[in-house]
Design a protein. Sequence first.
Length: 385
Amino acid sequence: MSERIPGFTSTGSKRPDALFGRTGPDLPVRMLRSAGSQVWDQSGAQYTDYIMGLGAVALGYAHPAVTEAVHAAAQAGVVGPLPPVLEEQVAEMIAGLMPWVESARFLKSGAEAMAAAVRIARTHTGRDVVLGSGYHGWLDWCQPAGTPGVPAGAAVAGMLAFNDVEQGRAQIRSAGDALAAVAFEPVVLGEPSGEWLAMLRAETRRTGALLIVDEIKTVCRLAIGGATERYRLEPDLVVMGKAIANGFPLAVVGGRREVMQAATRTWISSTLATEFVSLAAAGATLQVMAAERVPAHLARIGGRLYGGLSDLAARHPHVVSRAAGMPEMCFLELDDSRSAILAREAARRGVLFKRSAYNFVSLAHDERVVDATLAALDEILSGLD
């Protein structure tokens, strides 16, 4: 294990123990390059990947249109003393594709953008309390009480149980006129119910709080406009990241113009929020998303994967609890030790398959690749029966 980097790597979900339960001489621990749906590890071994940069890549690695745009942006100087023309152009493009994003601010990571959304909500409402639902990053505001290094009182006021309508309604009403916002992930191990979504919107409006949709994983996957588009949500703010720039570091907080004006009454700024490269990547990604109807491809190919995982769960009930998630983001539920074995054995067969939420397909995945993966998983599970 590396002694230079505490915990082996700066991205916690990429640790060998997170991916495989442990490391080993025959397992990939660091990579050299990637292209399409393929990844090459430190030894040069090739793998079909379903982790896809933890969901950050929906077009496939090194997509030519994105690479070309990024190359041009790098040649243009990357960053400078003035806001780039690209910033306004990409904001206009987003508004054209997602009319609910009347204005937007750019940041570098989903965690940073979620913190900005909470700051905006508190500034707009003049209130402090925030309720969350799902995973919103590593910053203080959304960590459980008692997290080392997080001061008492800094954390989110409470977490809403996903799809629990009555409990959620009670928590929102209990917070009352102290509530600034409810922030929620629209997909947590499965799809949201219409009743849950309607309750969140009705109750936040009733109490004067804002509704923040955390679309970091879902934008450009469930639809170009993510869950907001698919489920016809009416958010006050949305936060987008990951696939919106096909793996380049860019996140967006946006929403109603009146609400977003609060960003000018508090301090939200980042030196590299307006570098050219990630903005160019986002512009190229959104063009490809629209022109090639990428979410439809993800639904079709992801549906093949999800359907196959469901069949595997039915054939191996003593090993697999269920196929969880949805076509665009799915996984197999096994106990911890068996899920680690599954991930290790998949890697030994040339497949990087996440043992927990989620696995993702991309525009670069096709039926042949998915079918080969399902055959490999079936072989592994047969050995675990």
